[in-house]
Write a protein that binds this ligand. Structure first.
Ligand code: PXP
Length: 256
């Protein structure tokens, strides 16, 4: 059997905030699809984009072009979406490799911010089924809480992405004890989800400084990182920022 740390962790690069910058001027530059292309050339293992109901960054046209680019380059596209009828139909038409259901409205969230799969089970099950029937690998963006993992495992979702935002915020606030406690929950969640047959991803708020312990979680198979990489691209360039993040992840994995 392959030791768990021999399994690599993929880096999904979220290009939403290239669109945020473009939309600040209302024009066409910088183009998130050009950013996706540069990310692929820099070695990103996948592209992530969130088509929000309010279209505040990525647009429908961006999503169409991203789907075409990823198909052409044979790179997995991870589309994040709310479980609304409109979004689910768009994803079912585009057929991205993965469809990650995320909360957008307050009532869809748990206290920390993940999708409340336990509380929204009956609403989510048909959306998950529609996406799975369309050929998408369904992922659920949840807190690493046992009842959310159990609820996720009882659906047709194949993946859970654990929300690392609270961990990142605790470190930002200088609260090391809280960050370590949340990290323990993220590790426990990885073990439980893996045991339940779910692939384990992590994302939100990850940076060069806080990514190592998350990358070292044995069950982690993918990290989705956006805001920090796009921000750091201002200083380093997008390719070097991605390569540096990938190197830190690989190093943390090798050292674990
Ligand atoms: N994963 C999911 C499900 C997300 O919704 C996001 C963006 O909010 C990310 C990962 C990336 O988070 P960040 O931009 O903070 O790196």
């Amino acid at each position: 059997m392959t030791p768990v740390h021999d399994k690599p962790v993929r880096l999904g690069v979220n290009i939403d905030h290239v669109a945020t910058l473009r939309n600040a001027r209302g024009g066409t530059h910088p183009d998130p699809v050009d950013a996706a292309m540069a990310a692929i050339e820099a070695g990103a293992d996948g592209i992530t984009a969130h088509l929000r109901e309010d279209r505040r960054h990525i647009t429908d046209g961006d999503m169409d072009r991203l789907a075409a680019l990823c198909e052409d380059r044979d790179v997995p596209l991870n589309m994040e979406l709310a479980a609304t009828e409109e979004m689910v139909e768009i994803a079912a038409r585009l057929k991205p490799h993965a469809a990650c259901l995320v909360p957008e409205r307050r009532e869809e969230r748990t206290t920390e911010g993940g999708l409340d799969v336990a509380g929204q089970h009956n609403r989510l099950v048909p959306a998950i089924a529609r996406l799975a029937d369309a050929g998408c690998r369904v992922s659920l963006f949840i807190e690493a809480a046992p009842h959310q993992i159990d609820a996720a495992a009882s659906t047709r979702a194949e993946v859970v992405e654990f929300h690392t935002g609270a961990y990142a915020h605790a470190l930002d606030d200088g609260n090391e004890d809280k960050a370590q406690a949340i990290l323990e929950q993220l590790r426990d969640g990885g073990r439980s989800a893996d045991a339940a047959g779910l692939e384990v991803h992590y994302g939100h708020g990850l940076t060069f400084d806080n990514v190592r312990p998350v990358a070292a979680i044995p069950e982690a198979r993918e990290l989705n990182i956006g805001h920090f990489i796009i921000g750091e691209a201002v200083f380093l360039g997008l390719g070097p920022a991605i390569r540096r993040m990938a190197d830190i992840i690989a190093d943390a994995r090798a050292a674990a």
